[in-house]
Design a binder for this molecule. Structure first.
Ligand SMILES: Cc1cc2nc3c(=O)[nH]c(=O)nc-3n(C[C@H](O)[C@H](O)[C@H](O)COP(=O)(O)OP(=O)(O)OC[C@H]3O[C@@H](n4cnc5c(N)ncnc54)[C@H](O)[C@@H]3O)c2cc1C
Length: 403
């Protein structure tokens, strides 16, 4: 049986990754139906989107509208704020060291989602059904979704961008491994009396990282990872008391702190699927990988899922849901996702661990990175774009050998 060439692609899920996928796939010429509700305007989180991912947003024509709402990240520091026997030195990464003005932009999720939604509404080629997929039927040559309004959509490929509890992933029969951490992230934005100098600081503590990321003006966003009970206690404090706790935690780095209205608590977990595509379904974003918010990786990885998927869809325009296309997607995404998820989970576990070898390894690793400029540059480039750190290091080596 042949697949009907007129069948398009369903993107299930209208979070940031689903909306970016709809825009990027439509730019390849594919017919796209996006299914999902209008994005929530209550998300107080901000996302540090790094330079390669910004390039993709620029290509989709949404970056100019986002720049005025965002702050550039020029310097990133890791401070070991544990009270442990073995502690790491402060590690500072400067974008200027790798010849860049900034590593990325810290963008409020509300603005990111609103800008993406507006861009989708301007593209007549994308049909947006503001509903939920209720059930999937997977056939040999197509996949169909039954929506909440009882309508049915048939497609050659379904893109599961429906988040960590993905029902499209379940329908495709893709199993996952899940780990829940004894941690939750308290998210709050603050104003402070001293300028941040476009520097982000990640304080590593025994319960997880406390991360400050600059916003425009004398403002920053905070992700404070603690035990779930502590997160609830902190979230219940009044503004004045929480401001004092935050200022203490930041070691008064940015002077007097005033928390802004609105707090959110996110329980932390890690989810990884056994494969990234199967039965006419490909996984992107949190349907494909969930891990703790350390080092600003999640959405950046989701944007790389979309970049690779758009490439594969373009090369398999006849049937983007065919077995070969799905296998190519799985091959392409597996190393990147496993490497990022592995590194973030390992770092998180080493923070939580009371065991001396884990502390020693973390401290020695960070110490080496902090002390050696070429190693630091390697990690900065790798952090932005997998493979680019190694490529630059090899090209530098070749240059030295030639001399
Ligand atoms: C505290 C915190 C801070 C973070 N900071 C960063 C950062 O600085 N940098 C970074 O890169 N990442 C960061 N992340 C990770 C980032 O937020 C996630 O990777 C990203 O939000 C995932 O987006 P998504 O679109 O895949 O999923 P989601 O945002 O969960 O969207 C899923 C969507 O699918 C919809 N949906 C669900 N079921 C259905 C259905 N049946 N039919 C249709 N639609 C459905 C939902 O309504 C939702 O809109 C952070 C995460 C946390 C928790």
């Amino acid at each position: 049986m042949n697949t009907d060439r007129n069948l398009g692609i369903i993107v299930a899920g209208s979070g940031p990754v689903g909306m970016i996928a709809a825009l990027a796939l439509s730019a390849t010429g594919a017919r796209v139906t996006l299914v999902g509700p209008s994005p929530s305007s209550t998300d107080r989180r901000t996302t540090a989107v790094m330079r390669p991912a910004l390039g993709l947003l620029d290509g989709l024509g949404v970056l100019d509208a986002l720049r005025p709402k965002a702050a550039p990240l020029k310097v990133m520091r890791i401070v070991d704020a544990t009270q442990r026997l073995i502690r790491s030195p402060v590690v500072t990464f400067r974008a200027a060291e790798i010849g860049a003005d900034h590593f990325g932009l810290n963008i409020p999720n509300r603005d990111l989602n609103a800008t993406l939604a507006a861009a989708i509404l301007e593209r007549p080629a994308i049909e947006w059904r503001q509903s939920l997929v209720e059930a999937w039927t997977i056939g040999e040559c197509s996949i169909s979704a039954r929506l909440g309004d009882e309508s049915q959509i048939e497609a050659a490929l379904a893109v599961a961008a429906d988040g960590r509890m993905s029902s499209a992933r379940d329908a495709a029969g893709i199993r996952t491994s899940t780990r829940s951490y004894p941690q939750a992230a308290l998210v709050v934005n603050v104003a402070h009396s001293r300028p941040h100098g476009f520097m982000s600081t990640e304080f590593h503590t025994e319960t997880g990282p406390f991360t400050q990321v600059p916003l425009p003006g004398n403002r920053s966003s905070l992700v404070w990872v603690v035990r779930p009970q502590t997160a609830d206690e902190l979230a219940a404090l009044d503004d004045a008391a929480l401001s004092v706790r935050v200022e203490e935690k930041m070691q008064s780095l940015l002077g007097r702190v005033t928390v802004e209205p609105g707090r959110q608590v996110f329980p932390l977990s890690a989810i990884l699927p056994v494969r990234f595509a199967q039965n006419r379904v490909v996984l992107v974003g949190e349907a494909a990988h969930v891990f703790p918010p350390i080092g600003a990786q999640g959405l950046n990885l989701g944007i790389r899922d979309v970049r690779d998927l758009a490439d594969i869809v373009e090369r398999n325009a006849d049937d983007p849901g065919a077995q070969d296309a799905l296998a190519a997607y799985d091959r392409q995404r597996r190393p990147d996702v496993l490497a990022r998820a592995g590194a973030v989970n390992l770092l998180n576990i080493s923070l939580l661990s009371d065991m001396l070898p884990a502390q020693l390894a973390r401290s020695a690793g960070l110490g080496m990175i902090g002390g050696l400029a070429p190693l630091r540059a390697f990690f900065m480039r790798e952090g932005l774009q997998p493979g680019s750190g190694l490529a630059t290091m090899l090209s530098d080596l070749r240059e030295q050998v030639r001399r």
